[in-house]
Write a new protein. Structure first.
Length: 198
């Protein structure tokens, strides 16, 4: 797998993670990002995934991935046992998002969170003009088959971090073509944050 072929959010996360670090990817899917980090940056990579088919693909790639439900916590991991915990496109699917974030910040020195922005302009206009649940590149599902349980915006997440005394070390906003520099709550499809607990 080549760097050029991965998604933009994976490219951003790849650049954030330091070479040789210890990484736990929660909801790692088929392991594209984890594999690239292990191969190119020599990270000590571990994943947790709930989908059996995805786990088989991770194992085929030579990755250490465990079957688990992140909503049940990470009690088997001691405090600060990873340099980074990655929670990309997973948090909004967790039943207990606040608990998952707190557990991730407990076991990781830094937490990288990525999620779709529900306040994206096309989502807003679809809801306003059509009166229907929006479908966008970042939210490609119908209301009845979406894995997303929480529909949040960039502003919602920043407010959450402030309320919970979580420091935002870095924030990146993405659309289909690149990074968004102005009015991200309106123009970004996805956001990637690097967090640290005070």
């Amino acid at each position: 797998m080549e760097f050029d072929s991965i998604s933009l959010d994976h490219k951003i996360i790849y650049k954030i993670v330091d070479a040789g670090s210890k990484v736990l990817d929660l909801g790692c899917g088929t392991g594209e990002l984890l594999f690239l980090l292990a191969k190119e940056k020599n990270v000590r990579a571990q994943g947790i995934e709930i989908n059996d088919e995805a786990i088989y693909k991770c194992v085929e790639r030579g990755l250490s991935v465990f079957h688990g439900d992140i909503d049940r916590g990470l009690s088997e991991y001691p405090n600060k046992s990873f340099d980074y915990v990655i929670l990309n496109q997973t948090m909004q699917q967790a039943k207990k998002a606040d608990f998952v974030i707190r557990e991730s910040l407990r076991v990781g020195k830094k937490l990288i969170v990525g999620f779709p922005n529900f306040a994206y302009i096309k989502a807003r206009t679809s809801l306003f003009f059509k009166g229907k649940t929006p479908i966008t590149k970042a939210l490609p599902y119908h209301w009845y088959d979406t894995p997303n349980l929480h529909f949040l915006t960039i502003s919602d997440f920043k407010d959450y971090c402030k309320e919970k005394n979580i420091d935002i070390l870095e924030e990146r906003y993405l659309n289909g073509k690149g990074e968004v520099k102005f009015w991200p709550n309106l123009f970004a499809l996805n956001a990637v944050f690097v967090l640290e607990k005070r």
